[in-house]
Design a protein around this ligand. Structure first.
Ligand code: FAD
Ligand code: TPP
Ligand code: MG
Length: 572
C-alpha cells in the first residue's frame, strides 16, 4: 500500500493507540498536519509549544500512557525544550514529533533550521533525526517502545519535510521492537534478594521510602501487602504521593525538605531504609554525609545507574518493583514492629498540632486553608496538577492523595508554568475526573495563554491561583537566608477575574476563609474552565524546611504565633 511519510506518521500513531495529540503547526511540519485531517486523532491546538509538551506530560502522568506533542522546526522545536527536560527529570513517557527543514538544506542555516535532535540529546531518553520516508515507521515504533519501557522518558523524532512528502510501500509491522544493548526488562537476582531478606529480618526500625517507581510499575497493591507483611511505616517522596494511600495507618507522610518533621526524624533514627522506586534526590536526603546514619539501605530500582549514585546500598535489586515485591512477598515472613511504630506516633504527637493549626489569627486567608478546603470539598478525589513553589509544597502537605496518578507535579526540574497545561493534558486523559490546577501567581503567568486553549477546546479544569503577590518560594529563601532583601520577588498581577472573563471563562475571587467553601462549590458546578483568584497571606512560609544541604533533622519550624486561628481540637 503506497503511503506518504506524513500519512505513515498518523498510521503509526493510530496503531500505537494515540487518540489525542497536543501541538502547533508550521512550515516544516505542514505536510503532516495536512494528512492529519484524514485520521481519527484529536489535535489540541496549544498557544505555545511548551504548553504542548506539558499537556502531553500531564496526559501521560494521569493515564500511564505515552503523551504526544507535535511542533514545527526551529522555534517550534526549541519551545518544546523546557517541557522535554521536565519530562526527562521525572521519567515521564513522551513522544515529541518535530518537522525539520528538507534534508538537502540541513547544515545550510536554512529558514527555521535548528539541530533539535542534538539540542535534546541530553534531555531525552533518545532523540532521532529521520531523513528518509522508509525510516519513519521503524523510528516511531522504537520511540514509543523506548518512551514507555523500562524507566520511562521522553523521546524526540525529528522528521525532514522531504521525508514527510515522499511515498513508499507500507504495511504496519507488528513485530516487537528489539534494540541491541537496551535492556528494558530485568529480573531480580536471587543472591540480591537473599541479602535483602536477611536485612529485613534483622531490622527493628525499618522504614519504607516509596517513590514514583511504585506508581510507574503499578505496584500499589504489592506495596500495601509488603508494608503490612513487614509492619513497616511508609514515607513518600513528592512524586510518590498517591502510591500508598494517605489514609493507611502505616503511611507516615512526605519526607525531605518540606516533609513531615517526624518522618525526617524517623529516617535519621531508622536501622533499615527500604528505598522502593525512588532516587534519593537532594531534596529528599539533605546532607548526604549525615543521612540516615544508623540505617542499612536496600535499594530497588529498575535503572542500574541509580544504585549507589547518591546513597550507598547494602543490598541492591535492579528490576521492576512490582515483580520484585511479588517475589519478596513469597519469600519473607510476617513480622511486627509495634514499639517503633509507637515511637514514630509519639513524635507525631509532638507536632500533631499541624502547621495549619498554628497560623496566626490576623483575619487573612492562608494557602494551607485553601488547599485543605479544596481537599475536603472534593473528598480527596480530584486530580491535582500543581505549579512550582510554595503552593506546590502546601498541596503536598494538605491535599491527601489516596490514589496513584492524582498528583501531577514537576519535581525534578521544578518547572514553573507546568501546572495549567499539565492539568489540561490530564483532563484529556481522564475526561470524567475532576481536575484542578493549583498554581502560584508567578507560575500561572508563565503559561496563562493556555487558558485560551482550554476555552477553545471546551475542557473544564478549575484553576486555583494561590495569589500571594510574590514569587513566594524565592521570597521565603530571601526571608530565611538573605535578610529579607526581597530582590525581584514582589509580583504585580493582572486582574485574574477579568482575565478569565476575557477568555469567556468564569472568574471568581476569595479573600476570606468563610468565602472559600461557596467559591469552590461554584467553580465545581460551573460549566467550562474556571479561574479562582485566592488572595492569600503574602508573607507566609512553608514549614518545616530543611535548608538546602543541611542535615535532614535540622529543620526550621514555624514560629509559635501569639493567637492561633485554630486549635488542635478543630477538625482538619
Ligand atoms: C520546590 C520543590 C521542593 C521539593 N521538595 C521536596 C520534598 O520536600 N520532598 C520530596 O520528596 N521531594 C521534593 N521535591 C521533589 C524532588 O526534587 C524530586 O523530584 C523527588 O523527590 C523525586 O521523587 P522520586 O525519587 O520518587 O521520583 P523520580 O525522580 O521519578 O524517581 C523514580 C525512580 O523510580 C525508578 N523506577 C521507575 N520505574 C520503575 C519500575 N518499574 N521499577 C522500579 N523502579 C522504577 C526510576 O528509575 C527512578 O529512579 C521538591 C521539588 C520542588 C520543585
Ligand atoms: C521556569 C522557572 N523559573 C524560575 C524558577 C525558580 N522559582 C522556584 S519557585 C519560584 C517562585 C514561584 O512563585 P509563584 O508561582 O508565585 O508560587 P509561590 O511560591 O508564590 O506559591 C521561582 C521563581 C523555577 N522554578 N522555574
Ligand atoms: Mg506567588
Amino acid at each position: 500500500m503506497q503511503r506518504t511519510g506524513s500519512q505513515i506518521i498518523w498510521e503509526c500513531l493510530v496503531h500505537e493507540g494515540v487518540r489525542t495529540v497536543f501541538g502547533y503547526p508550521g512550515g516544516a511540519i505542514l505536510p503532516a498536519y495536512d494528512a492529519m485531517l484524514d485520521y481519527p486523532v484529536r489535535h489540541v491546538l496549544v498557544r505555545h509549544e511548551q504548553g504542548a509538551a506539558h499537556m502531553a506530560d500531564g496526559f501521560a502522568r494521569a493515564s500511564g500512557e505515552v503523551g504526544v506533542a507535535i511542533a514545527t522546526s526551529g522555534p517550534g522545536a526549541t519551545n518544546l525544550v523546557t517541557g522535554i527536560a521536565t519530562a526527562q527529570m521525572d521519567s515521564s513517557p513522551l513522544v515529541c514529533i518535530t518537522g525539520q527543514v528538507p534534508s538537502k538544506l540541513i547544515g545550510y542555516d536554512a529558514f527555521q533550521e535548528t539541530d533539535i535532535s542534538g539540542i535534546t540529546l541530553p534531555i531525552t531518553k533518545h532523540s532521532y533525526l529521520v531523513t528518509r520516508v522508509d525510516e519513519i515507521m521503524p523510528t516511531i515504533k522504537e520511540a514509543f517502545y523506548l518512551a514507555k519501557s523500562g524507566r520511562p522518558g521522553p523521546v524526540l523524532v525529528d522528521i525532514t519535510k522531504d521525508a514527510q512528502q515522499a511515498s513508499t510501500d507500507w504495511t504496519w509491522n507488528d513485530a516487537p521492537v528489539k534494540l541491541r544493548g537496551y535492556q528494558a526488562h530485568r529480573i531480580p537476582a536471587k543472591s540480591d534478594m537473599t541479602t535483602a531478606i536477611e536485612l529485613i529480618k534483622a531490622a527493628r526500625k525499618p522504614l519504607i521510602l516509596a517513590g514514583q517507581g511504585v506508581i510507574q510499575s503499578n505496584a500499589m497493591k504489592e506495596l500495601r501487602a509488603f508494608a503490612e507483611m513487614i509492619d513497616a511505616p511508609v514515607a513518600l517522596t513528592l512524586l510518590g504521593l498517591g502510591g500508598f494511600p494517605a489514609s493507611h495507618s502505616l503511611n507516615i507522610g512526605m519526607m525531605g525538605m518540606h516533609g513531615e518533621a517526624w518522618v525526617n526524624h524517623a529516617i535519621q533514627e531508622a536501622d533499615l531504609l527500604l528505598a522502593l522506586g525512588m532516587r534519593f534526590d537532594d531534596r529528599v536526603t539533605g546532607n548526604l554525609k549525615t543521612y540516615a546514619p544508623h540505617a542499612k539501605k536496600i535499594h530497588i530500582d529498575i535503572d542500574p545507574s541509580e544504585i549507589n549514585k547518591n546513597v550507598r546500598a547494602d543490598a541492591a535489586i535492579v528490576a521492576d518493583l512490582r515483580e520484585t515485591l511479588r517475589e519478596l512477598l513469597d519469600m519473607i515472613e510476617a513480622s511486627s514492629h509495634g514499639p517503633w511504630l509507637k515511637y514514630i506516633a509519639s513524635m507525631k504527637g509532638d507536632t500533631a498540632v499541624r502547621d495549619i493549626q498554628r497560623l496566626p489569627d490576623n483575619g487573612h486567608l492562608y494557602a494551607a486553608h485553601v488547599i485543605n478546603d479544596i481537599w475536603r470539598l472534593t473528598s480527596g478525589n480530584a486530580i491535582i496538577a500543581t505549579d512550582v513553589g510554595q503552593h506546590q509544597m502546601w498541596e503536598a502537605q494538605y491535599y491527601h492523595h489516596n490514589d496513584p496518578r492524582t498528583l501531577i507535579t514537576s519535581g525534578g526540574l521544578g518547572t514553573m508554568g507546568f501546572g495549567l497545561p499539565a492539568a489540561i493534558g490530564a483532563k484529556f486523559a481522564k475526561p470524567d475526573a475532576e481536575v484542578w490546577a493549583i498554581v502560584g501567581d508567578g507560575g500561572f503567568q508563565m503559561t496563562q495563554a493556555e487558558l485560551s486553549t482550554a476555552a477553545q477546546e471546551g475542557v473544564k479544569v478549575n484553576v486555583a491561583i494561590i495569589n500571594n503577590g510574590y514569587l513566594g518560594m524565592v521570597r521565603q529563601w530571601q526571608e530565611f537566608f538573605y535578610e529579607r532583601r526581597y530582590a525581584a520577588t514582589p509580583l504585580r498581577s493582572p486582574d485574574f477575574v477579568k482575565l478569565a472573563e476575557a477568555h469567556g471563562l468564569v472568574g471568581l475571587r476569595a479573600e476570606k476563609r468563610p468565602d472559600v467553601d461557596a467559591i469552590v462549590e461554584r467553580a465545581r458546578q460551573a460549566d467550562g474552565t474556571v479561574v479562582i483568584d485566592f488572595r492569600v497571606e503574602q508573607e507566609d512560609s512553608v514549614y518545616p524546611m530543611v535548608p538546602a544541604g543541611a542535615d535532614l533533622d535540622a529543620m526550621i519550624r514555624r514560629p509559635e504565633p501569639s493567637v492561633l486561628v485554630e486549635t488542635a481540637d478543630d477538625p482538619i
